[in-house]
Write a protein that binds this ligand. Structure first.
Ligand code: GUN
Length: 296
């Protein structure tokens, strides 16, 4: 079996076209969704993500502001900035790019964001709502994975989803989302991590395998069964002397080997990445609807 390639670029493009139309209607009624993105420090990957978020806002007609702060920024200064944007009605969403420098307590920062503006879905109020299946802002990468699975005809209902990785950004939330009694979910979920015994044995049982542990090409062909659907969340930059930049991006999956056994697989880049940003736009539009009572 040679896998279908699940194109996040294509799904994201279709969703962005739908949203663009909706935003233009909202603007006609005097409502412009707004997103502020705050980046502290110089992390190379974060710089790229933040730039892409701004570009996506511009493309869709969302008001965007990017605040870049030095690596040495004191925690109190960041908290004050969040208070300022919590009170600024032009902005429906506030995103603080992670990771943060070590002098800043991530939990404290995420808890300071108004849960109604938490378009990342990281505030404990939104995490709690997600777990109990109440309406909330879902974290963007897991929500994007769910959307990709459903739109590519790989509904997780009744399937055994094995997740590799237990981060707060991907592993834990995707497990909670896919186990819900809800459309696009209803999966049986196993979460594997660095202390799991016989991880390859478990990953071979997956109907749908989500690789999100951040180890380049970790998933080999002998770790999957024939006909598996693979979602690769990894974004790893590795040396490649044949590439123009001397490096290239690879996922957590050995793509060339695994695609020979899989039914479908997401590529890196062009798989999960574009979906994450698209779901951020969707959450921002949703926040604007709530803030303005828009039901159009
Ligand atoms: N760093 C890596 N992924 C994310 C994300 O989805 N949101 C934020 N805020 N930071 C991240």
């Amino acid at each position: 079996m040679v896998a279908d390639i699940i194109s996040g670029n294509e799904v994201a493009k279709a969703m962005r076209a739908e949203m663009k139309e909706e935003i233009s209607k909202m603007k006609g009624a005097g409502i412009t969704p707004g997103l502020v993105v705050i980046l502290v420090g110089e992390d190379a990957a974060s710089q790229v993500y933040v730039r892409k978020k701004g570009e996506a806002c511009d493309e869709l007609g969302i008001l965007s502001e990017t605040v870049r702060l030095p690596e040495s920024t004191p925690e109190e200064e960041l908290l004050k900035l969040i208070d300022k944007y919590n009170a600024d009605a032009r902005f429906d969403g506030i995103l603080v790019q992670l990771p943060l420098p070590k002098q800043i307590n991530e939990e404290k920062v995420l808890m300071r964001i108004d849960p109604g503006k938490d378009v990342d879905g990281f505030h404990p109020v939104n995490v709690g709502k997600m777990v109990v299946g109440a309406d909330s802002y879902l974290p963007c990468t897991p929500a994007g994975i769910q959307e990709l699975l459903v739109r590519s005809g790989n509904d997780p209902k009744g399937k055994h989803v094995v997740i590799l990785g237990r981060s707060n950004i991907v592993g834990k939330p995707i497990a909670n989302i896919l186990v819900q009694k809800a459309a696009g979910a209803n999966a049986t979920v196993t979460v594997c991590h660095s202390r799991t015994e016989d991880l390859p044995g478990l990953s071979r049982q997956a109907d749908i395998l989500v690789a999100a542990m951040g180890v380049p090409k970790f998933v080999k062909a002998d770790m999957v069964k024939d006909g598996v659907v693979v979602v690769d969340v990894g974004v790893n930059r590795i040396d490649d002397p044949t590439a123009k930049k001397g490096t290239r991006l690879v996922g957590d999956v050995d793509f060339d080997a695994v695609k020979e056994k899989a039914k479908a697989i997401t590529p890196v880049p062009g798989g999960v990445g574009p979906m994450t940003i698209t779901m951020l736009m969707k959450n921002t539009v949703q926040a604007a609807k709530v803030h303005h009572g828009w039901t159009g």
